[in-house]
Ligand binder design. Structure first.
Ligand code: NDP
Length: 514
C-alpha cells in the first residue's frame, strides 16, 4: 500500500481551484435536528447479577491460580464510578520467572509434541467457550475498562471468539503458512497488551501463538486485567495442558521483567510508541523475535464527491468508537475545502446526539475514559490545542459527577504544527484540517511519524485505488472505518511498529522457517 515516491507539488492555479471548488460546493441547508424534550431514552442497563467478580484474583501459572511471590496486590476500579472492583496480584520478577518456567515445561512436555489437528481442537474449544460466556465477558469488559456495553457485546467479544475460530483452522495447515518452506514453533512467547481492547488483544496474541504450537505468558494492562483472568479460567476449564497459557498481572515493571526474561524467545507488544521503543532496545542483540503494534494518528480523508452523510457516520465511528482509545482511530480529519463547512455543520449536529454515560446502559454511545491518567493526558492535549489557536467544538452533554469522562470534541482551524495534529490523544478528540487537491491530501496524510491506518471517502473507485496506494499506512479503509476481520492482516509503518497480526501474515510472527 505504501509509496516512497516524492510527491509532485500541485501545479493547479489557484483560480482554477476556486472554480472547481465552486462547482463541487454544496449548499449547507440541512436543519439542525432538535430532539430536546421530544426523544428521551429510558435507561436500559445490562444486568450484572449473572457475573461473579471475585474480591481477589491470583496469578495464573502452570494451570493454577496461585498467590504472588511478591505478596503484593493492586486494585482495579470501574472508571465509570471509581468503585473498586477487585484486588489483583502483582507479579514480580520471581513470579514472571515461575510463569516462563511453567510455559517452557509445558512446551517440552505437551504442546510441541501435540499434532496440529489436536492443538486446533483446544483452540477451537476456547472460541466456543468465549461465545458461551459472551454476556459475562462483555459486562466485565465494560465494567473494568469503561467501554459501552454495545461495543464490548457486539465488537470485542465476538471478534475475540472469531480470532480463536480462525486460528484453530490453521493449526493443522501450517505447511501452507510459509509457502515453500517448513515451519516450526518458536517456544515461549511473552505478550504484553494494552487497556483499550483487553480481551480482544489477548485473543489477537494468544490464538495465533497457540495454533502455531507456541506457549504463552500474557501480561494484561494494569487498569484492565479482569477479562484476561476470566479467559485464563476458560483455559483451565477447557483442560489445556498446564502451563501452555499463563497470565501474570502487574504494572510496567511486570511487563519489563517478561520482556527481559532470557527464556522468552518471542515478544509481542501492543501499546504506546514510547514503551515500544524501550522494548525494542531491551530485545536488541538477544535474538528474540519481536513484533510491535504501536500508536497512530490516522488521516480520515473526505473528498467532495463522497456521500457526506455516510462519511459523517464514518468520522463518528472513526474517532468516538471506544472513546477514541483506538490505535487506528481516525483522529485527523482531512476534508476537501469545498465541503468543509457542510461536514463541520453535520458533525456538530451529530455529536449532540451521541449519548454519553453509564457504559452498561445499552443506549450509551460514549463510555468512560479508561483511567484518571488518560483523562489528564486528554485534557492537557486539548488545552494545548486551545492555546495554540484552534477552535474547539464540544458536545454539550452532561457529564456524570463520578468517574472519568470527556465529551465528544473536535477542533477546526488546526495548523499542521499544532500538537493536536501530530500527537496521539487517545481520546474522543478530532483535529479537522482541509485540503484542495488529492496531492495535498496525500501529503498531509503522510506527514506524521505514524503509519497504522487511514480512511478514504469518495464516490470514485479509481480515486480510492490511486489515493490508498500512496498512503503510508498499514490499513486503508475505503468508504468505511474501523472494520476488523481475523483473516485480515493489521500492523503499521514507521513509528506505528512492525510485524502483522491477523490472517496468514499473522502466523509468520509465531513460526520459524527451517
Ligand atoms: P503503555 O504502552 O505504557 O502500556 C501498554 C502495556 O505495556 C501495558 O500492559 C503496560 O503495563 C505495559 N508496559 C508499560 N511499561 C512497560 C515496559 N517498560 N516494559 C514492558 N511493558 C510495559 O501505554 P499506557 O497505558 O501507559 O498509555 C500511554 C499512552 O499510550 C496512551 O495515552 C496512548 O496514547 C498510548 N497507547 C496506545 C495504544 C495502542 O494500541 N496504540 C494502547 C495503549 C496506549 P501497565 O498497564 O501496567 O502500565
Amino acid at each position: 500500500m505504501a509509496s516512497t515516491k516524492p510527491l509532485a507539488p500541485s501545479s493547479r492555479p489557484r483560480a482554477a481551484q476556486k472554480a472547481r471548488a465552486a462547482r463541487t460546493a454544496r449548499p449547507d441547508t440541512s436543519p439542525a435536528p432538535d430532539f430536546a424534550g421530544v426523544w428521551e431514552y429510558a435507561p436500559a442497563p445490562e444486568a450484572t447479577d449473572h457475573l461473579t467478580i471475585q474480591p481477589r484474583y491470583e496469578l495464573f501459572i502452570g494451570g493454577q491460580f496461585v498467590a504472588p511471590r511478591s505478596g503484593k496486590y493492586f486494585e482495579t476500579i470501574n472508571p465509570a464510578n471509581e468503585r473498586v472492583l477487585a484486588e489483583v496480584a502483582e507479579a514480580n520478577e520471581a513470579d514472571v520467572d515461575a510463569a516462563v518456567t511453567a510455559a517452557e515445561r509445558a512446551y517440552e512436555k505437551y504442546w510441541r509434541r501435540m499434532p496440529g489437528r489436536e492443538r486446533g481442537k483446544y483452540v477451537y474449544r476456547i472460541a466456543r467457550m468465549i461465545q458461551e460466556k459472551s454476556r459475562e465477558l462483555a459486562v466485565l469488559e465494560s465494567m473494568d475498562g469503561g467501554k459501552p456495553i454495545k461495543e464490548s457485546r457486539d465488537v470485542d467479544v465476538p471478534l475475540a471468539a472469531a480470532h480463536f475460530f480462525y486460528y484453530a483452522g490453521w493449526a493443522d495447515k501450517l505447511e501452507y503458512a510459509l509457502p515453500g518452506r517448513q515451519a516450526r514453533a518458536i517456544g515461549v512467547c511473552g505478550q504484553v497488551i494494552p487497556w483499550n481492547f483487553p480481551l480482544l488483544m489477548a485473543a489477537w496474541k494468544l490464538a495465533p501463538a497457540l495454533a502455531c504450537g507456541n506457549v504463552c505468558v500474557l501480561k494484561p494492562a494494569e487498569t484492565t486485567p479482569l477479562t484476561a483472568l476470566h479467559l485464563a479460567r476458560l483455559f483451565q476449564e477447557a483442560d489445556f495442558p498446564p502451563g501452555v497459557v499463563n497470565v501474570v498481572t502487574g504494572a510496567g515493571a511486570t511487563g519489563a521483567a517478561l520482556v527481559a526474561h532470557p527464556k522468552v524467545r518471542k515478544v509481542a507488544f501492543t501499546g504506546s510508541t514510547e514503551v515500544g521503543k524501550k522494548i525494542q532496545r531491551m530485545a536488541a542483540g538477544t535474538g528474540k523475535r519481536l513484533t510491535l503494534e504501536l500508536g497512530g494518528k490516522a488521516a480520515n480523508i473526505i473528498f467532495a464527491d463522497a456521500p457526506i452523510d455516510q462519511a459523517v457516520e464514518g468520522i463518528v465511528n472513526g474517532i468516538y468508537f471506544n472513546q477514541g482509545h483506538v490505535c487506528c482511530a481516525g483522529s485527523r480529519l482531512l476534508v476537501e475545502e469545498s465541503v468543509h463547512d457542510v461536514v463541520v455543520r453535520k458533525l456538530t449536529h451529530r455529536i449532540r446526539t451521541l449519548r454519553l454515560g453509564d457504559p452498561l446502559d445499552k443506549n450509551t454511545d460514549v463510555g468512560a475514559i479508561n483511567s484518571r491518567m488518560q483523562l489528564d493526558k486528554i485534557r492537557e492535549l486539548v488545552d494545548s490545542g486551545v492555546q495554540e489557536g484552534a477552535t474547539l467544538t464540544q458536545s454539550s452533554c452532561k457529564l456524570p459527577a463520578k468517574g472519568y469522562w470527556f465529551p465528544p470534541s473536535f477542533f477546526t482551524n488546526v495548523a499542521q504544527s499544532f500538537r493536536i495534529a501530530s500527537e496521539e490523544i487517545f481520546g474522543p478528540v478530532l483535529a479537522v484540517q482541509t485540503f484542495r487537491t488529492p496531492d495535498e491530501a496525500v501529503e498531509k496524510a503522510n506527514n506524521t511519524m505514524y503509519g497504522l491506518s487511514a480512511g478514504v471517502w469518495t464516490d470514485k473507485g479509481s480515486k480510492i485505488f490511486k489515493i490508498s496506494q500512496r498512503l503510508r499506512a498499514g490499513v486503508v479503509w475505503a468508504n468505511t472505518y474501523n472494520k476488523f476481520d481475523p483473516s485480515s492482516p493489521f500492523g503499521g509503518y514507521k513509528e506505528s511498529g512492525f510485524g502483522r497480526e491477523g490472517g496468514r501474515h499473522g502466523l509468520a510472527a509465531y513460526l520459524e522457517a527451517v
